[in-house]
Ligand binder design. Structure first.
Ligand SMILES: [Mg+2]
Length: 218
């Protein structure tokens, strides 16, 4: 059987997005409320505007950017809640199975290096991966058309034979445009949100749902 590369997004794919939702939708607004004499609803509105403004840019994924913009220590808030970082169903089982069959696993994440390291320190992910790539070190987020060109220059791989799994439509769409032929979408990135239906790409929920397809993808 041919050895392949399986590239995984991290937040919402390998790890439960409920953690990041907790940080950005609850912990950060609550922290801002402590520091500002404004109505909590006003603070949340303003924060939501800022989130929308920077979506799909490297800034959005930068803990330094948000610490500077909001004047609170985002990384410290992450550390305080790190026990909520959890793998999604079937995560380690799928990674172990791919490694056992000799396939290469990579993480390809928009998380910045600080956030990535925090997640790696609080999970058992690291040993399964040959490469762990943050878009911060690539210089473009995964949604940007330059992203995969720069990954390819640094880490040459066969785009036609590799498999890419992510929970974000724009990211999968960019990968498809670059030439990926095997892309999979996560149907329930957060355990605290509804399962998505009618997805534009083949989808899985538990990561082990991919196992029956491994031999067929080769
Ligand atoms: Mg994601």
């Amino acid at each position: 059987m041919k050895k392949q590369i399986y590239m995984f997004d991290m937040d919402g794919t390998l790890l439960d997005l409920a953690y990041d939702e907790l940080i950005w939708n609850t912990v950060v607004p609550n922290e801002l409320v402590k520091h500002h004499p404004m109505q909590p609803e006003k603070i949340k509105q303003k924060l939501h505007q800022q989130y929308t403004e920077y979506q799909n840019t490297l800034s959005w994924y930068s803990t330094t950017f948000w610490s500077n913009t909001l004047q609170i220590d985002i990384l410290q808030l992450h550390r305080l809640h790190a026990l909520h970082i959890q793998p999604r169903a079937g995560c380690y089982e799928l990674l172990a199975e791919l490694n056992r069959r000799g396939h290469e696993c990579w993480i390809v994440t928009n998380a910045d290096l600080a956030n990535l390291n925090l997640k790696l320190e609080n999970t058992l992910l690291r040993p399964y991966f040959k490469h762990i790539i943050s878009s911060e070190s690539i210089g473009y987020p995964k949604e940007h058309e330059q992203f995969w060109h720069h990954v390819m220059a640094k880490y040459p791989f066969s785009v036609k034979e590799s498999v890419f799994i992510d929970d974000t439509y724009r990211v999968l769409n960019q990968a498809e445009q670059y030439g990926f032929q095997h892309v999979w979408m996560i149907s329930q990135p957060s355990s605290q949100s509804e399962m998505k239906t009618q997805l534009p790409y083949p989808s899985i929920n538990a990561l082990t749902d991919l196992i029956p397809f491994i031999s067929r993808l080769s």
